[in-house]
Design a protein around this ligand. Structure first.
Ligand code: CAA
Length: 380
């Protein structure tokens, strides 16, 4: 599907499509088995300017914008879903550093996230007792002379072992629910930052997800990102953008599943003809294609609003809810079209189905997106 994209947006989409099909897709099944992150490919994506697409060129970004990022993430996810989430979260982190950081922080941290051996960022909000209820944090940041000392545990942190910079949300002041939350920049290898073993997950095996503990982790006072007490808003605003990225990722995964299922349906014979001739299969394909196009339009609306500097929280949540649910339905139907072959790992659709599931969970579950949408509609 094409709309009135600019030449630059088309050029980025086509370039990323070629990269994803040549360099990511052929290795995705192996990485699903080995669990190895696609680091070499991520470095190449960083060289192509794909990690800081909302960061101005003077800070090392490509300034391509949210719509271009959405197009790129759909293409990356069609090649390898793990590379897409790593790219999406890194863009979210880089943009937050640019948007909320002071000049010194931008100059110090953006090159670390956007270039080098580990051009990857991590977003450390979730804790064992604080997932959907994201304000219920226990991690604390206490001042000690010219430092903050972090203590606590974060869980399900995407890209933790391969990230150069972490944005960490922690409470300051009194240790209760109402204590203010601030956000902090923590570099990898800071003493006291301990990355646990990657979780054994249903899918997205090439994207390492770990516990991250802070054990008297000292960081300079100058590493607070944004004002004291603004950390929750920093997190929510970053997540509004991140949700457009996850929506795009889910559509890319589902498009890969749809393409494979269509190719299969044209080949597979039953009752004397390809199964693509059967209405039972055609209706599935029609619904999958229509829902993915509808999802894409919701994503583009949210992305265009963000690029125009207009409010887009409600639209991002609608895109995330609809796209990730539609993408999961499409992956499930792709497996159904392949029948028994859909269930075995010789064919990619079972991997797509496993990879896609988490998109309805991370960066806010479907239930949280409904909550956000309803609050906006009702006007609370
Ligand atoms: N933009 C700006 N400010 C916002 C905001 C937004 N989108 N959403 C909320 N806020 C502000 C509110 O205006 C409010 O400000 P005041 O105190 O000044 O009034 C403050 O934040 C608190 O907001 P709420 O009262 O709405 O807070 P809440 O406790 O009811 O929670 C929630 C709201 C929507 C449920 C939120 O907790 C949420 O989004 N939960 C899901 C968390 C989530 O998405 N986690 C993802 C983890 S990260 C991840 O998955 C990344 C990865 O690695 C893949």
């Amino acid at each position: 599907m094409d709309l009135s994209f600019t030449d630059d947006q088309r050029m980025i989409r086509d370039m990323v499509r070629e990269f994803a099909q040549k360099e990511l897709a052929p290795k995705a099944a192996d990485r699903d088995k080995s669990g190895e992150p696609p680091l070499e490919e991520i470095r190449k994506l960083a060289e192509l300017g794909l990690m800081g697409m909302r960061v101005p060129a003077e800070y090392g970004g490509s300034e391509a914008g949210t719509l271009a990022l959405a197009l790129a993430l759909m293409e990356i996810a069609q090649g390898d879903a793990a590379a897409a989430v790593i790219t999406s979260v890194t863009n979210m982190v880089a943009e937050a550093i640019y948007r909320f950081g002071d000049e010194e922080q931008r100059r110090a941290f953006l090159p670390k996230v956007l270039t080098g051996d580990f051009p990857v960022g991590a977003f450390a909000l979730t804790e064992p007792q604080a997932g959907s209820d994201a304000r219920n944090l226990k991690t604390r940041a206490e001042t000690d002379g010219d430092a903050f000392v972090l203590n606590g545990e974060k869980t399900f942190i995407t890209s933790a072992p391969i990230s150069s910079v972490f944005i960490v949300m922690a409470k300051t002041g009194a240790a209760d629910r109402s204590a203010p939350i601030s956000s902090f920049l923590v570099e990898k290898d800071t003493p006291g930052l301990v990355v646990g073993k990657p979780e054994k997950k249903m899918g997205l095996h090439g994207s390492p997800t770990c516990t991250v503990s802070f054990d008297n982790c000292r960081i300079p006072r100058s590493n607070r990102l944004g004002r004291e007490g603004d950390g929750f808003k920093v997190a929510m605003m970053a997540l509004d953008g991140g949700r457009i990225g996850v929506s795009s990722q889910s559509i890319g995964i589902a498009r890969a599943a749809l393409d494979f299922a269509v190719g299969y349906a044209k080949e597979r014979q039953a009752f004397g003809a390809p199964i693509a001739k059967l209405q039972a299969i055609q209706w599935k394909i029609a619904d999958m294609a229509m829902e993915l196009d509808a999802a894409q339009l919701l994503v583009w609306r949210a992305a265009c609003l963000k690029d125009a500097g207009r409010p887009f929280t409600r639209e991002a949540s609608m895109a995330k809810l609809y796209a990730t649910e539609a993408a999961n339905r499409a992956c499930k139907e792709a497996v159904q079209i392949l029948g028994g072959y859909g269930y075995v790992s010789d064919y990619p659709v079972e991997r797509h189905m496993r990879d896609c599931k988490v998109t309805t969970l991370y960066e806010g579950t479907s239930e949280i997106q409904r909550l956000v949408i309803a609050r906006h509609v009702i006007g609370e």
